[in-house]
Design a protein around this ligand. Structure first.
Ligand code: AMP
Length: 174
């Protein structure tokens, strides 16, 4: 897959959802059947053969490629959601955002120590969201945790939050 073509399909929306944010819009990638197919094949080839048993997607944009990749590599899919959305017993983790805090939750029976987990979201910015997700997954003591994003904002250095042995892969770097 040509990553430059993929980059060309990602749409920049200035000042969304608030002034000063340059929002990376992936809907222009997903609506293109060739791009969606190539992105799927590329991501699946990155993680095929690693023994991944569960893909964990973060609400809400991790719910688009997450299940597609899971099916493609023969893994299950686990949603990590905003507070109060999951119906059974949950564990939660709160994290600091630019203004205030946020929380994400996962079902307590979603994973176990036999799992090899791929955590997925669309974009790595400050890393706060994914780091909270990583801490939640760690509680299950899985065999290994991989972390994946379609895209990364390098200036914000979100990677710095994670231990060095965590494999973080991003396809498009800004
Ligand atoms: P962070 O916790 O700062 O790494 O933020 C990551 C989450 O916010 C991801 O779920 C992204 O979808 C979203 N996000 C943050 N900044 C942007 C941006 N510039 N464009 C698109 N999504 C963003």
């Amino acid at each position: 897959m040509n990553l430059e073509n993929l980059k060309g399909l990602i749409r920049d929306i200035p000042d969304f959802p608030k002034k000063g944010i340059l929002f990376k819009d992936f809907t222009t990638v997903f609506k293109d059947k060739t791009a969606l197919h190539e992105l799927t094949e590329y991501m699946a080839s990155m993680y095929a053969g690693k023994g991944i048993t569960k893909v964990v997607g973060i609400e809400s944009r991790g719910f688009i490629m997450g299940p597609i990749i899971a099916e493609k590599i023969g893994a299950g899919f686990v949603p990590m959601r905003k507070p109060g959305k999951l119906p059974a017993e949950t564990w939660s983790e709160s994290y600091t955002k630019e203004y205030g805090t946020d929380t994400i939750e996962v079902h307590v029976d979603a994973l176990d120590e036999n799992d090899v987990v791929l955590l997925h979201d669309d974009l790595l910015a400050t890393g706060g969201t994914m780091y909270a997700a990583y801490l939640l997954v760690k509680r299950f003591n899985p065999k290994k945790i991989y972390v994946n994003f379609i895209s990364e904002l390098l200036d914000l250095n979100g990677r710095a939050l994670f231990p060095e042995d965590v494999e973080i892969e991003t396809l498009i770097k800004y």
